[in-house]
Design a binder for this molecule. Structure first.
Ligand SMILES: C[S@@+](CC[C@H](N)C(=O)[O-])C[C@H]1O[C@@H](n2cnc3c(N)ncnc32)[C@H](O)[C@@H]1O
Length: 184
C-alpha cells in the first residue's frame, strides 16, 4: 500500500468523523474540483486537504503556488503537506479560523471537508467563514458523497447563497457530486 494511502487509513481509524473516508480522493475528482482555475486566477484557499490530492489538481491548472493556502486540522496531514508542497502556506488549523487570518478577496475556496459528517450548525459556520473571505463573485466548491448540498434551503437563505450542482465524478471511491456555492 502506498505510504500516503496508509497514512490516510491510519488517520481515518484514529479520527473517523474528522476524516470520514478511508481513501483519498481520485485525480479525476481533483481535476473536476479545480475546473475554472488557471495561471491567472486570484487567491485560492483549500479546506481539509488531507494528503493533498486536490492540492495537486489545483496546482496542475498552473495556479501560482503563492496564491494557494491550505487549512488542515490534522497535525500528521499538515506535516506531510508542508514537506510535499514547500512553496504553499499550510495552516495546521480548523477551516473556521480563516476569518481574521486570511485577507478578504479570495477567488475560490475548494473544500474537501466531510460536511455531511458534521452537525448542521457547524456546516453553516464553515460555509459562512468561507464567504467572509471570498470576494463578491467568489465561489465555494464542495464535493460530497450525498445527493444534496450539505446546507438546507433555510440555511442557504439565511446566508444569502445559491447552489449550483456541478458534475458527478464516477471515478472516485465512492462517486462524488460537486456543488458550487455562490452569493445569490
Ligand atoms: C474526507 S478527507 C478529504 C481529504 C482530501 N481533501 C481528499 O479529498 O482526499 C477530510 C479532510 O478534512 C480535514 N478536516 C476535517 N475537519 C476539518 C476542519 N474543521 N478544518 C480543517 N480540516 C478539517 C480532515 O483532517 C481530512 O484531512
Amino acid at each position: 500500500m502506498p505510504k500516503e494511502t496508509a497514512l490516510f487509513l491510519r488517520q481515518f481509524v484514529t479520527n473517523p468523523l474528522q476524516v470520514a473516508s478511508v481513501v483519498p480522493s481520485s485525480r479525476w475528482l481533483a481535476r473536476a474540483m479545480a475546473q475554472g482555475l488557471g495561471p491567472n486566477s486570484g487567491r485560492v484557499v483549500e479546506f481539509g486537504p488531507g494528503t493533498g490530492v486536490l492540492t495537486s489538481g489545483i496546482l496542475e491548472t498552473g495556479l501560482p503556488p503563492e496564491n494557494l493556502s491550505l487549512y488542515e486540522m490534522s497535525p500528521s496531514f499538515a506535516k506531510l503537506l508542508k514537506k510535499k508542497f514547500p512553496n504553499i502556506t499550510v495552516h495546521n488549523a480548523p477551516a473556521q479560523s480563516v476569518v481574521g487570518n486570511v485577507e478578504p478577496g479570495v477567488e475560490v475556496v475548494i473544500s474537501g471537508l466531510p460536511l455531511l459528517s458534521m452537525p448542521m450548525a457547524v456546516r453553516e459556520s464553515i460555509v459562512k467563514a468561507a464567504f467572509e473571505i471570498l470576494r463578491p463573485d467568489g465561489r465555494y466548491v464542495q464535493f460530497t458523497y450525498g445527493a444534496k448540498p450539505a446546507l438546507s434551503a433555510e440555511q442557504l437563505d439565511r446566508l444569502g447563497l445559491k447552489v449550483i450542482a456541478g458534475p458527478k465524478v464516477w471515478l472516485n471511491i465512492p462517486p462524488a457530486r460537486i456543488f458550487i456555492f455562490q452569493r445569490a
